[in-house]
Design a protein around this ligand. Structure first.
Ligand code: GRF
Length: 209
């Protein structure tokens, strides 16, 4: 049975959506562990409530990014991850870490990439006046929020939206596409061709909400 290790920094609602979907649909998968970069991350409580091993590796206790990533890498390898899921993990990962897990490291970003990489995506979408916003699940490569896109969900930007209302609409979309992307990976349906991801057999890689 394949094993998933999830990295979080906060509330972990995406992680929760993946676990609940796996439970509801009876996926043959082992949630081998959740690791947060600080012990206050709320998502660790959910993991414990589900009997999923939960760990904190405090990034502040590491003098360098390399040393933190080395500790993280060691723990993930110990847990035997076939897939590493970044779910609101707010640390930039070193090239060495990314290379080590390349092809089995995925992330969710709250924007329709390549639009709005980086932080404060909802504020920036509103400021830019776009009429459509959303979220993307992608393989992680060395550029921040770059990497082949597995699937995206788009949501409308509505009159009167502020960053919070838009974030809530995008988050609901995230909870739909992340479990779907993970399942495709586990089922061996993803093929990376250049900078694109093909799903086989083909299925829409865009959800419009
Ligand atoms: C999500 O919006 C994710 O896209 C972003 O951080 C948020 C994490 O939320 N990178 P959660 O911890 O999964 O609830």
């Amino acid at each position: 049975m394949p094993s998933i290790v999830t990295l979080i920094s906060g509330r972990g609602s995406n992680f929760e959506a993946i676990v609940k979907t796996a439970q509801n649909e009876g996926w043959p998968v082992n949630f081998a562990g959740v690791i947060a970069n600080h012990s206050a991350a709320k998502g660790l409580d959910f993991a414990r409530s589900q009997g999923i091993p939960a760990f904190a590796i405090e990034h502040r206790e590491h003098a360098t990014r390399e040393s933190f990533d080395a500790a993280l890498m060691q723990k993930i390898d110990e847990l035997g991850a076939d897939l590493v899921v970044l779910a609101g993990f707010m640390r930039i990962l070193t090239p060495g870490f990314i290379r080590h897990f390349e092809g089995r490291l995925i992330n969710i970003h709250p924007a329709l990439l390549p639009a709005f990489p980086g932080l404060h995506t909802h504020e920036r979408a509103l400021e830019a006046g776009v009429v459509e916003h959303g979220a993307s699940v992608h393989f992680v490569t060395e550029g921040v929020d770059e990497g082949p896109i597995i699937c995206q969900a788009s949501v409308p930007v509505l009159p009167g939206d502020d960053a919070d209302s838009l974030a809530a609409r995008v988050l609901a979309a995230e909870h739909q596409i992340y479990p779907r992307a993970v399942k495709w990976f586990l089922d061996g349906r993803l093929r990376i061709v250049g900078n694109q991801v093909q799903v086989q057999p083909p299925e829409s890689q865009l959800i419009k909400l």
